[in-house]
Design a protein around this ligand. Structure first.
Ligand code: ADP
Length: 451
């Protein structure tokens, strides 16, 4: 406190008392009386300042205690009115601050919970573009264990586009949408949207969405449409070409006309097979096929499928031989099981040169029914094995088409078996032959073979 505020109230009463005593006719006593008054005032001031200091110290301790969360001390009943009112004001302020703090805490926890529950990755940067916060999903999406907070975009993902987008968001307040291709063990495509935080908040936010699967499906769809168009175009072109030639006068040529009509007939059959296969596959993929699951004796299903391909096999001098135990009974849809075996046998005959053989074995292994279709045909190179169940995938396009294949047979086999809780596997060696093995759930033991 400035000295003049303390001295003036002390000197004024002492001077007045001194003057008063002098005026009363005892000037000699004026100075001692004034000094005594000054001393009294000083003592009173000292005492009251000491008391005030103690109460202020106590208030400071109590306020600090509350701020640190250890709770304040009980109020002193003898405290000065001014201190009491100051304490009241501090109390009110403290209560308001605590309530606001609780609200802010709650808001921050809700925000973190929302961010962490999102499938998309999110990061927030400060005005310089340094990441200050991110959610849990971001780590999975970026597949990184390295620290992200405190890093610049280029240090997290070496991508100039992303860095530029973040800086544009921070400095110019511009939003950017971009797609990133991440290389590595598992290449991924990320769709990223960078936006400025807002006028009052410097910095930017980026939302990372993993669109790898989406882009893959788009590519599959585009390839599928291109394949279907191509497959349809081939027989249609042949049909149209021969029909036009016939119209142009060849109809009257007794030698070539029957051959052309025969080709038109074959190509139209191919077209209808293709459409049938496509419809079947589309029904299977959209799970519209309602399978009638029941006990299927596999020897009978294999015999029926073999009867269908036998004329073709015999035409090529091939032997088709069945070794499926009579008691081997699977749970499946009889029509679907027969279709699976027919597709496999048809391929075995198709891709086995004249004079070869096809064997069908059956057994019960590890509680499942297993049927193996083995051929002594052209075989398949290892690099194709994982892809031959894809729609329209062919090892040798020319050969498959020449043999009347649609490129959909194995895909249908895979889907039919999946729908019956079964699966298909393949083993093959080029020029040595192939073995396609199907697995199906076994029917109740009382009615099935034990192997
Ligand atoms: P496709 O109508 O062309 O036969 P699939 O889906 O049935 O179509 O078979 C896909 C490809 O797998 C075939 O084009 C062929 O290259 C190969 N393939 C299938 N079965 C056999 C087999 N038994 N031996 C050799 N290659 C086969």
């Amino acid at each position: 406190m400035p000295l003049r505020y303390t001295l003036l109230p002390l000197l004024l009463p002492a001077t007045l008392v001194g003057l008063l005593v002098a005026m009363l006719g005892t000037p000699g006593a004026a100075v001692p009386v004034a000094l005594i008054t000054l001393a009294g005032s000083l003592m009173a001031l000292g005492l009251s300042r000491g008391a005030l200091q103690r109460q202020l110290d106590r208030l400071a301790r109590s306020t600090r205690g509350r701020a640190e969360g250890s709770g304040g001390s009980a109020p002193d009943p003898d405290r000065l009115e001014e201190v009491a009112s100051l304490e009241g004001a501090i109390d009110t302020l403290h209560t308001r601050l605590s309530a606001r703090n609780t609200e802010l805490n709650q808001e921050s926890r809700t925000l973190s919970a929302v961010l962490d529950s999102m499938a998309e990755g999110i990061w927030v940067t400060d005005a310089e573009g340094t990441v200050v916060r991110h959610n849990d999903a971001l780590r999975n999406i970026l597949q990184t264990g390295a620290p992200i907070v405190g890093q610049r975009p280029l240090a997290v993902l070496r991508d100039d586009q992303l860095h530029d987008a973040v800086m544009r968001g921070c400095l110019e307040g511009a939003s950017t949408h971009l797609e990133l291709e991440l290389e590595g063990l598992f290449p991924r495509t990320l769709s990223v949207r960078v936006t400025p935080l807002g006028r009052d908040l410097p910095g930017s936010a980026a939302v990372f969405h993993d669109v790898t699967e989406l882009r893959r499906l788009e590519k599959v769809r585009q390839d599928f449409v291109a394949n279907v168009s191509h497959e349809l175009r081939t027989p249609i072109t042949a049909i149209r070409g021969y029909a036009e030639t016939l119209q142009g006068g060849a109809l009257g040529d007794a030698q070539v006309a029957p051959r052309m009509v025969e080709i038109i007939h074959r190509q139209s059959e191919r077209l209808s097979e293709l459409v049938e296969d496509l419809l079947e596959l589309s029904r299977l993929e959209s799970q519209q096929v309602s399978l009638n699951l029941t006990d299927v004796p596999l020897a009978e299903a294999a015999a029926r499928a073999a009867d269908t391909v036998r004329p073709k096999a015999e035409g090529k001098g091939q032997v088709v031989s069945l070794h499926v135990p009579a008691g081997l009974v699977a749970v499946g849809d009889p029509r679907a099981v027969e279709q699976v075996l027919l597709n496999l046998l048809d391929n075995a005959v198709k891709y086995t040169p004249a004079g070869g053989r096809v064997d069908v074995d059956g057994a019960c292994e590890d509680g499942r029914c297993v049927v193996r279709v083995r051929d002594t045909g052209v075989g398949i190179e290892p690099r194709h094995l994982s892809r031959i169940f894809e729609r329209f995938y062919r090892v040798d396009k020319g050969r498959s088409r020449d043999m009347g294949g649609t490129g959909l047979g194995l895909s249908i086999v895979k889907h039919l078996l999946q729908a019956m809780d079964g699966e298909v596997k393949v083993e093959s060696q080029p020029n040595e032959g192939s073995t396609f093995t199907i697995f199906l759930p076994q029917a109740a033991p009382a009615r099935s073979a034990t192997g």
